[in-house]
Write a protein of this length. Structure first.
Length: 537
């Protein structure tokens, strides 16, 4: 947890001292690692003791980077905290007695009983627990931040954090607070600015509250980057931009590094980050007309059209829908290689990355006749993306019927897996799969929690399709799992679902709040015996 230490000590020797070693990682000898790699946390703190029995609350020395002007500050009365799971105590020549010791942690209010999950695969169970604890622990700033190294919110990180938090607790305030802050204090990546539209849609879809969309409507329109659209609808951050765009995006208020221009991210880190590596972009060719950026742009337009309709801006909704269709056609005509049957990285490129194909899958851009070749290519690349990219890889696989392969990625024990995070000794998701893939990684990054929102939404197929969870689409894809039990929090009350695949007629039972509408996917009717029950008020 992000915490400090409080301990009660009895000491009979004047000038006695304790030295506390707080850390996230153990060394090969089973002690707190004093020299962990990357930015895995370790602190050594001396405590001067007073004769007698006294209680000591440890003051964590502030870190220069994560308490600077760009970082989200903690409440002054809370003091500072550090993420740790081990506390090792050294005494000098004196022999004090530690009567009691507590880890004093900070996090937002969290209902530990709001969600649950258990299935026939032990690895997936462990991964779910890893992700759930990460979501609880990393709320320590009262806002979604990117880990302890920087303590800065980023839109892409925050969107995954948001979806994962919704899967753990019917708590929506932290997500909205983070989203509205980022609208006004954005980062400078084109990808991330468009993720503000994603966050706005998730907020209204899960809560049913349109107030935030109404309030920030003009900002959200700008963050679709529709102002960059060329005649064919495709956008480029390298092209000359409208003079007012930076102002409309609030880029001059970016807290981290004041940049007045947009950049393409795709994924992080690139190959140049680690010597000799290909990075997490799968060697993506960063062309001015970028397939990943335009796939995100397409999705932002689709979501903006949906939000415009919700608040009765019909003409705007029609405009966004027309523009989205134009972008869809351009992507499929200009950014697709018909010879190989896959999407290329950008206009003029001959390279095809995992990202340029998994993003069109995730956003429904792949026509049925191209499905097989794109999926074949995506599966050939494995997990050639970061823990952030894994969110969209898994979504695309489930949406195009590759449930078994998606399950194999979530239960993998390779070095690019969530299980490997546990093997390395962490109890929160890592910023990258391992140190060799990002040499300054931290061990407390919630953008790595994709499985905990994928499991209810895709594996168990429970997805809201109308604001406030008033209406859900049911499309479970348990693949080779033999049983699954899940509890999903919603603002209307919990959804409880069980799957039994041990009999010839596989059974799926779901209990929903009484007023919730349930649409059952046609393919599910043919493959599962589904029993929908209503929860009594």
């Amino acid at each position: 947890m992000f915490a400090t230490v409080e301990l009660s000590v009895t000491c009979n020797t004047p000038d006695a001292m304790l030295r506390l070693h707080l850390g996230e990682k153990l060394d090969a000898s089973g002690n707190v690692d004093r020299q962990p790699p990357g930015t895995i946390r370790y602190r050594s703190i001396d405590v001067k003791l007073t004769v007698g029995t006294h209680c000591y609350r440890i003051a964590i020395p502030p870190d220069t980077q994560n308490t600077g002007p760009a970082a989200i500050p903690l409440p002054v009365e809370a003091g500072d905290v550090v993420p740790f799971r081990y506390c090792e105590i050294d005494a000098n020549h004196a022999t004090p007695t530690v009567e009691r010791i507590h880890q004093l942690a900070i996090h937002v209010p969290f209902d530990d009983t709001a969600a649950s999950f258990e299935c026939s695969d032990a690895t997936l169970n462990a991964v779910w627990q890893l992700c759930r604890h990460t979501i609880k622990a990393t709320t320590f700033c009262g806002m979604y931040v990117d880990g302890d190294r920087e303590r800065i919110p980023y839109e892409g990180d925050a969107y995954i954090n948001q979806l994962s938090h919704y899967a753990c607790d019917a708590h929506y305030q932290t997500a909205r607070y983070t989203h509205e802050y980022l609208v006004q204090h954005p980062t400078w990546f084109a990808d991330w600015n468009m993720h503000s539209v994603f966050m706005a849609w998730a907020d209204v879809l899960y809560t049913g509250d349109r107030e935030s969309v109404n309030c920030f409507y003009d900002d959200l329109v700008a963050k679709t980057l529709i102002d960059l659209g060329a005649e064919d609808g495709l956008i480029s951050t390298a092209a000359p931009r409208p003079a007012e765009l930076e102002r409309k995006l609030h880029l001059f208020h970016a807290r981290y590094i004041a940049k007045d221009s947009l950049q393409d991210l795709v994924d992080w880190p690139p190959g140049s980050f680690t010597v000799g590596g290909i990075g997490e972009r799968d060697n993506h060719d960063m062309r001015p007309i970028n397939t990943v950026i335009n796939a995100l742009h397409y999705r932002a337009l689709v979501l903006m059209a949906a939000m415009a309709r919700l608040i009765d801006r019909t003409s705007d909704a029609d405009r966004f829908s027309r523009q989205a269709e134009k972008v869809r056609q351009a992507i499929n005509s200009k950014l697709f290689d018909p010879t190989r049957g896959i999407y290329i990285d950008g206009e003029g490129s001959s390279h095809a990355s995992l990202h340029s194909n998994m993003m069109p899958l995730a956003f429904g851009l792949v026509p049925p006749k191209r499905r097989d070749t794109v999926l074949q290519f995506v599966k050939s690349r494995g997990m050639a993306c970061s823990v952030y990219g894994a969110q969209y890889l898994l979504e695309g696989l489930y949406d195009y019927g590759e449930a078994e392969y998606a399950l194999s990625l979530m239960t993998s024990r390779s070095d690019r897996s969530w299980w490997h995070m546990l093997e390395q000794g962490s109890t929160m998701t890592l910023e990258a799969w391992a140190h060799r893939y990002k040499n300054n990684l931290d061990w407390n990054h919630a953008w790595g929690t994709a499985p905990i929102n994928i499991i209810p939404r895709k594996l168990m197929g429970i997805e809201p399709v109308a604001p406030g969870y008033a209406h859900i689409r049911l499309r479970p894809q348990p693949a080779s799992l033999t049983h699954v039990s899940i509890k999903v929090p919603t603002p209307l009350g919990p959804i409880i679902a069980d799957y039994d695949g041990t009999t010839s007629q596989r059974r799926y039972t779901i209990t929903v709040p009484g007023e919730m509408r349930v649409d059952l996917d046609d393919a599910v009717r043919q493959s599962l015996a589904v029993d929908v029950r209503r929860m009594e008020a």
